[in-house]
Design a binder for this molecule. Sequence first.
Ligand SMILES: Cc1cc2nc3c(=O)[nH]c(=O)nc-3n(C[C@H](O)[C@H](O)[C@H](O)COP(=O)(O)OP(=O)(O)OC[C@H]3O[C@@H](n4cnc5c(N)ncnc54)[C@H](O)[C@@H]3O)c2cc1C
Length: 467
Amino acid sequence: MVNLQAITSGGSRTVLSEATVEEFRPTLGGALILPDDPGYDEARTIWNAMIDKRPALIARCVGVSDVINSVKFARANDLLVAVRGGGHSFPGNSVCDGGLMIDLSLMKGIRVDPDSLTARAEAGVKWGEFDRETQAFGLATTGGTLTDTGIAGLTLGGGIGWLCRKYGLSLDNLLSVDMVTAEGQFLKASATENAELFWGLRGGCGNFGIVTSFEYRLHPVGTLLAGMLIYPLEAVREVLPFYHKFVSDAPDELMTGAAMLTSPEGQPVVAIIVCYNGSLETGEQVLKPMREFGQPLADLIGPMPYSQVQALLDEGFPAGRRNYIKTNFMNSIDVDAAAIMFERFASVPSPYTALALFQLGGAVARVGKDDTAFYHRDAGYHMFLASIWDNPEDDERNIRWTRETWSALEPFSAEGVYVNEMGDEQESFDRVAEAYGPKTYERLVALKNKYDPTNFFRLNPNIKPTV
Ligand SMILES: Cc1cc2nc3c(=O)[nH]c(=O)nc-3n(C[C@H](O)[C@H](O)[C@H](O)COP(=O)(O)OP(=O)(O)OC[C@H]3O[C@@H](n4cnc5c(N)ncnc54)[C@H](O)[C@@H]3O)c2cc1C
């Protein structure tokens, strides 16, 4: 090995001598991967194929000690740092060009305690893995709507999933964390220990340190009534306003989404996706008006185990495709918004693209805006516009369509944006501040000044230190 070209935290070039790198290697229990090593491309690849970044070094951590030593090494050499959990960040925050990628994806430990209804999971765990362990005990907590998303990034910024209207966001179920600070110091945080830091970790998107394990509250969750109603796209102008009315006074047990997509047969459709987290009999009653509305092409709703509910959308969002995503909050879906969605989706350039709305409210809205650093508690829906395609030659066309569609829907948007799903908007300081919310952002800056005054953790919706 010769000396290694790298990038500093401030973005300038630096060189790491062979001796410096070789001193670091034995401090890790896991592998240190350099650009010429086998496995380098696999280790730097994340979910979105649009991201093609080349770190100078990848530390494949297998425990807390590896995380501490990686942080200390990066600090001693002033390296740019990326932290990887599940690797689902679509703007590519979990990998960097020229810096040190601290890769937690091998940290897979999960321990469920069925007596205290809690589980502790390490930072490389994905929701499918977490659910498998907790479901062995008939338990679950709010996760994301794909099995492939990491628990780490998702929890630190929010956590919208099929159980959220009943049990709150993933971060509302977080009881404590173990973490490593920007100085390489180990800390615990909970409601009773480092409480202000714990407040900020629940919504602050990894700005204050590397969480090495998460402790969650669990709930009994078994077979649920769930699935989809599928209508032709032309029906969207009637289906969406009816859907909006139907869910407006829905019980907390019901979580829903609406999505415009293209069926495997190539037909543009609108799907109403439901999950009733309560008794099957009551679920049948609650869902009746929606199931009796209009003339669906298919009614695919039925009882299914929670782990199957969690995998319902997996097929539509596989790793390795090109993705450009823009999101927003919305409070209502009227005929005008539905008409614009219809018009825009009729010209969608790719059959993999989806325009989805996920219902919020319920337990999400009952937590105080200041109780955690997740501010936008009163939003009605999370709008997720995901353009997905394969061929790099189609980048421009798909990105343009996404931006135009998002702009056309902007008049119907509500305040703020989901901080976990900011694409290129995270480059705008004002938009990031809006995503955290006004007073919340100021309080987060105070924490950033205390725990990360040099902005060591900067590849995230960044809270800028002011000291
Ligand atoms: C197709 C798709 C579907 C999604 N569905 C949902 C959904 O249903 N519900 C929802 O709420 N969100 C959803 N998201 C958004 C998701 O919450 C974020 O992308 C989240 O950041 C992913 O976490 P990760 O660990 O997989 O990502 P990573 O890419 O590994 O990390 C994301 C960010 O978190 C930081 N980070 C990761 N691990 C740690 C750690 N241990 N300590 C400190 N910082 C860390 C990273 O540095 C990075 O900034 C979805 C995203 C996509 C692309």
